[in-house]
Structures are given as C-alpha cells and as structure tokens.
Design a protein around this ligand. Structure first.
Ligand code: HEM
Length: 180
C-alpha cells in the first residue's frame, strides 16, 4: 500500500469518530433534548389528553359539585341518620376530604389524606337503596353545573367502582332467610 495513503488512514482515530458522532448528535438534537422529549414537543406529537380533573373544570368546579351534592344529601330525609350526632367540624373535615379524594381520583394535583373508602364507611350500614339514591343526587349535581355527558359518564363510572367498598353487605346471620 502506498505510504501516503497509509498515513491518511491512521489519522482517523477513535477520538475523531467519537467527535464526529457527537457533532452529528448535536445537529439532530441541538437543544439537548432527548429523543423522547423531542417526540413530546414536536409538531407531530399527539396532544396530551386532559385529565378528567381538568375537563371537570379543576378544583373549584369539583368543590362546587361536592358542596351541591352534600346539600342535596342533607335535605333528603332518607339520609338524616348520617348527618345527626356529628360535630360541625367533623362534617367540614369530611366535606374537605371528599373534595380532595375526588380531585386525586380524577387525576388532579391533590394529595388525599383521608382513610380508604372501606374503613371510612364500615359500620354505617349503607344499603344498596341508599347508594342508588345518593348516586342520583350526585348525578343531579353534575347536571346542575352542566358537566358534559362524556365527563358525567366517566365520573359516575369512577364512583361506581367505590360501590363495593361503601355499600355494606349484610352479614350472613342478618339475611332475611336466616332471620326467619
Ligand atoms: C350513600 C352514599 C354515602 C354515604 C351515606 C356516605 C357517608 C359518609 C359518612 C357519614 C362519612 C363520615 C364517616 C366518619 O367520619 O366516621 C363519610 C366519609 C367519607 N366519604 Fe362517604 N358516603 C357516601 C358515599 C361516598 C362517595 C360516593 C364518596 C366518594 C366520591 C365518599 C367519600 C368519602 C370520604 C372521602 C370520606 C372521608 C374519609 C375520612 O374521614 O378519612 N362517600 N361518608
């Protein structure tokens, strides 16, 4: 092999290859973004779907729905037993926790600091009838604030997932068959 050519080949050192790659990479991602970041910000990236929390209108909208729902519950005599014998501060705390809970469950930025749904409702002996009446009142509150149908459905589906934790199953010895 010609000596001149041999000398030229030796000049392409690994360091030079690395430099070339670095320059190429800098050209592809000049702002230092990763491929993932770039994908997120590029014009062809699919827009992020807003969370249910956002679509409901955020914290204030959720707060208004909860206030309205609890007002309806308190006016309905079928729920009298849940409102009696409680300090007003306990009711205020529960109201605040329900707001936090819904905020967190719908993808909002709140940290829920309350109890899990099962222990929070255990012993209240909430029946299927009471559950169904309460979901109708909740639906009425969503209507009141003109929450769109799609969001209403999504929200009520989330609530429905709580049914088994909130509605108390009668113990075997309490079923009518055993009582007779
Ligand atoms: C028939 C329907 C319901 C009734 C009668 C009911 C009743 C109650 C009562 C009386 C408490 C206070 C318990 C206590 O402090 O000892 C409570 C707590 C709570 N409920 Fe309900 N509830 C119902 C449905 C729901 C639903 C659908 C949700 C969620 C969307 C919910 C979320 C909560 C939360 C977050 C707490 C506070 C837990 C805590 O204190 O840490 N409840 N509920």
């Amino acid at each position: 092999m010609d000596r001149k050519l041999k000398r030229n080949r030796r000049r392409v050192s690994p360091r030079m290859v690395l430099c070339a790659l670095a320059i190429l990479a800098a050209g592809l991602y000049p702002s230092g973004l990763s491929a993932q970041d770039k994908g997120d910000q590029g014009k062809d990236a699919a827009p992020k779907t807003p969370t249910l929390y956002q679509r409901l209108g955020g914290y204030d909208a959720i707060s208004a729905v909860v206030e309205d729902f609890l007002e309806r519950l308190s006016k309905d005599t079928a729920f009298d037993r849940f409102g009696t014998g409680r300090a007003s501060d306990s009711s205020r705390k529960t109201k605040q926790r329900i707001k936090e809970f819904i905020c967190a469950q719908t993808g909002g930025p709140c940290a829920y600091t309350g109890r899990e749904m099962a222990p929070a409702h255990q012993g209240l002996k909430i029946t299927v009838k009471e559950w169904e009446a309460s979901t109708k009142l909740l639906q009425a509150s969503l209507e009141q604030f003109k929450v769109p149908e799609k969001e209403q459905k999504e929200f009520m589906a989330l609530v429905e997932e709580l049914r088994d934790d909130i509605v108390e199953k009668p113990k075997k010895e309490e079923t009518p068959a055993k009582q007779n």
